[in-house]
Design a protein around this ligand. Structure first.
Ligand code: URA
Length: 188
């Protein structure tokens, strides 16, 4: 896989795990392929499977509100997931499903070349940052890995379940805004 066309072709024909059998659409990406920020979730839900786009259901609506509130434009972000096909009943993808699918995500990150990666929720944070990460304790703490600034935060669906986390997630995205402003300033 060396180009976007190659990557999309490989994703569309993928049958590396059982999730592909149940999919209506494969869910690959939303946002700008030239974005400075990559946002990573867990896997498609019902709406995403129907529409073939990540974060277009209730959690996505909340994410969009958050991004708008902090004045991010669609040029600023690229959204993807750990797995590209909907796990039945929205269960957490297995280790094996995630491992097989993450190859595509790595390729997406390589092609976008962001400076910031935001891992939303425990599945994304475990696969991208550290298997043992505890999101409630480590969210909001930046790391620099292989040239990327990486931030773990809550998954927007967690905010829908527990409103009390909203302010913390807002604080984390405000920190992303500040990091991006700083990077843009130092580039100019
Ligand atoms: N939850 C996710 O993790 N990803 C989506 O695309 C939608 C909901």
């Amino acid at each position: 896989m060396s180009s976007w066309d190659d990557l999309i072709k490989h994703c569309n024909s993928c049958s590396k795990c059982g999730l592909g059998l149940g999919r209506t659409n494969i869910v690959i990406e939303r946002g700008s392929r030239n974005a400075p920020i990559v946002l990573i979730g867990e896997g498609p839900g019902e709406q995403e499977d129907k529409q073939g786009l990540p974060f277009v259901g209730p959690a996505g609506k909340l994410l969009d509100l958050l991004l708008d509130a902090l004045m991010f434009s669609p040029d600023d972000y690229y959204i993807a997931n750990i797995v590209k096909c909907r796990p039945p009943g929205n269960r957490v993808p297995t280790e094996e499903e995630s491992k097989k699918c993450i190859v595509f995500l790595r390729e997406q990150v390589r092609l976008v070349r962001p400076c910031i990666i935001v891992c939303m929720g425990s599945t994304a944070s475990k696969h991208i940052i550290d298997k043992g990460i505890k999101i409630t304790q480590e969210r909001g703490i930046w790391r620099k890995v292989k040239g990327f600034y990486i931030l773990p935060t809550f998954h927007p669906a967690a905010i829908l379940r527990d409103e009390s986390k909203k302010a913390l997630m807002f604080r984390d995205f405000k920190s992303v805004r500040e990091k991006l402003n700083k990077i843009k300033k130092s580039d100019s």
